[in-house]
Design a protein around this ligand. Structure first.
Ligand SMILES: Nc1ncnc2c1ncn2[C@@H]1O[C@H](COP(=O)(O)OP(=O)(O)OP(=O)(O)O)[C@@H](O)[C@H]1O
Ligand SMILES: [Mg+2]
Length: 273
């Protein structure tokens, strides 16, 4: 569904943020992208929808090279890719509903399109999505009246209203407390399953990456240094990605968490029987 071929990004400053990345993601796969600060995670995500222009290489979305198309075709392709940001990027003084509907505008300049009326189908879909992300009762609230977790739910609904097939997610939980972070990650992953969406999720938290990613890609200095299953993240692998550190505590913690989740699930199943 998505295929990156020899993707290179060199910024004008001379920083080579991506050094020839090859990556293929099938339909419906949720991939967690991890790596130290400056590894190139945001650059990678942004080269896919060309918020950052790749220097070389190709980005195939269903066999169309996003990196090579003109402006009109790019706008159309971008509608196939929803984006969710760390800082939510909501329009503060607009309502929740208006923010969700703004997702229909794709990447068209917001103010240019603002005075257009939205078709009733879009409004109905926005209500369905708000219901799905648990914010139906907040449709008329202003964005600046929401908590971080609620804002991210709006960001998720806005990304989904254009009915994308790929989600690009950059540090969705970096500004949230641990519990809200998990709720948001769970919501994103459930929505991917429900809608058959592929996702690339940049995430600093290794534990969250392991809990929610179906596949982990580790990036370091613009190169992929790990590509494998979540349970393949041994302390050696983490050292390769992040450098020397004592990882045992992180790994033990994830194993404990997994046990805890199983126990909870078993308890629920037990109660049902
Ligand atoms: N607009 C820019 N101009 C010049 N260099 C940039 C720009 N954006 C990023 N870089 C450089 O590219 C490299 C990769 O940055 P990027 O933001 O992609 O990393 P990241 O993995 O997302 O880091 P973080 O975890 O801190 O968000 C870094 O060396 C950074 O300094
Ligand atoms: Mg980043």
């Amino acid at each position: 569904m998505l295929r990156l071929e020899n993707l290179v990004k060199r910024y004008k400053t001379g920083d080579q943020a991506l050094k020839g990345v090859n990556l293929e993601i099938p339909k419906g796969q949720v991939l967690a992208l991890i790596g130290p600060s400056g590894a190139g995670k945001s650059t990678l995500i942004r080269c896919i929808n060309r918020l950052v222009e790749p220097t070389a290489g190709a980005v195939y979305l269903n066999d169309v090279n996003v990196a090579a198309v003109g402006a009109g075709e790019l706008r159309r392709l971008r509608r196939r890719m929803g984006m969710i940001f760390q800082e939510y990027a909501l329009v503060e003084r607009l309502t929740v509903m208006e923010n969700v509907l703004s997702g229909r505008l794709g990447y068209v300049g917001f103010w240019r399109s603002w005075f257009r009326k939205f078709p009733p189908d879009d409004v109905a879909e926005a209500f369905r999505l708000l219901d799905r992300v648990g914010l139906m009762h907040m449709a008329d609230k202003r964005a600046d009246e929401l908590s971080g977790g609620q804002r991210q739910r709006v960001g998720i609904a806005r990304a989904l209203i254009q009915n994308p097939e790929l989600l690009l997610v950059d540090e969705p939980t970096a500004s949230l407390d641990p519990k809200t972070s998990r709720q948001i990650m769970r919501l994103v992953c459930e929505l991917c399953t429900e809608r058959g969406l592929a996702a690339i999720i940049n995430i600093h938290d290794v534990m969250l990456a392991q809990m929610f990613g179906q596949r982990i890609v580790g990036l370091q200095l613009g190169e992929i240094v790990y590509d494998g299953p979540p349970n393949g993240l041994t302390s050696d692998v983490l050292t390769t990605i992040y450098g020397e550190e004592d990882w045992e505590a992180t790994i033990d913690k994830v194993e404990e968490e997994e046990e805890e989740e199983t126990t909870t699930a078993e308890a629920v199943l037990g109660a049902d029987r």
